[in-house]
Design a protein around this ligand. Structure first.
Ligand code: DGL
Length: 255
């Protein structure tokens, strides 16, 4: 039986899900959170679907076994694409992030939209289903972005290396997009560089805010929102057992 004081478990392949945790805390500061990043196994985005599923299920099991968790937020588009069905068979309250294509289609009808995401996210059936719901409303370009996650994990989200990499990936799209969906939770940390490469007129859309709202809605429906105005706690854990990675998490969370 879950209690309102139990934590919201937040999972990502590494530090990327901190971008979702920021939205969660902004919307629900009174909640307790446990964040687990699997940086020792990141990036997930170039692995096989089976490997991503195995790693995701193992991480969820660890979170649930080691903490009192009332809801699990999969703050990783790649893990959601590969394993959300299996997670939902095991746990009652699972919220998975997905690329914010609906937001793009709603705001840019008839527009040109890029979706930057990992190879796993872009090739999974879940993404095709999402794409077919919206590709009549706008022209969608799939943009894989190998290497970006690694630089964010190395604390180089805003660096000359990131600038060079994103120039090569996004340079060809300059002047050709109305919006870019950031379909990986690591990418919001590189948003300043992305904006410099694409220009300030291109809207950058990420699914973190929608995921936080959905988490709030699901907790409210289950009568599991934590009460009172006192701020909740945040526990940060990572499979790469180094002080540096936890320091990077705190920095990205602006704790
Ligand atoms: N942060 C993850 C996502 O949202 C993927 C990063 C990775 O490739 O490990 O897709």
């Amino acid at each position: 039986m879950n209690s309102k004081d139990d934590a919201i478990g937040v999972f990502d392949s590494g530090v990327g899900g901190i971008s979702v945790l920021r939205h969660l805390r902004r919307l629900m500061p009174q909640e307790n959170y446990v964040y687990f990043g699997d940086s020792a196994n990141a990036p997930y985005g170039c692995r096989s679907t089976e490997e991503v599923r195995r790693l995701t299920l193992a991480a969820a099991e660890k979170l649930v076994n080691e903490h009192r968790i009332k809801a699990l937020v999969v703050a990783c588009n790649t893990a959601t694409a590969a394993a959300v069905t299996q997670l939902r068979q095991r746990y009652p309250l699972v919220i998975g992030i997905e690329p914010a294509l609906k937001v793009a289609a709603d705001h840019f009808p008839g527009g040109r939209v890029g979706v930057m995401a990992t190879a796993v996210t872009l090739r999974e059936e879940k993404f095709d289903t999402l794409l077919h719901r919206f590709d009549e409303n706008c022209a969608v370009a799939k943009i894989p972005a190998p290497g970006v996650v690694e630089l964010v994990e190395a604390g180089k989200a805003d660096s000359p290396e990131m600038e060079a990499l994103l120039q090569s990936i996004l340079g060809p799209y300059r002047g050709r997009l109305d919006a870019l969906v950031l379909g990986c939770t690591h990418y919001p940390f590189a948003a300043p560089v992305i904006a410099r490469v694409l220009g300030p007129e291109v809207a950058l859309l990420d699914g973190g805010e929608g995921t936080a709202r959905e988490t709030h809605r699901r907790l409210a429906a289950a009568n599991l929102l934590r009460e009172g105005a006192a701020p909740g706690t945040v526990v940060l854990e990572n499979s790469r057992r180094s002080p540096e990675i936890l320091e990077l998490c705190r920095h990205l969370l602006a704790l």
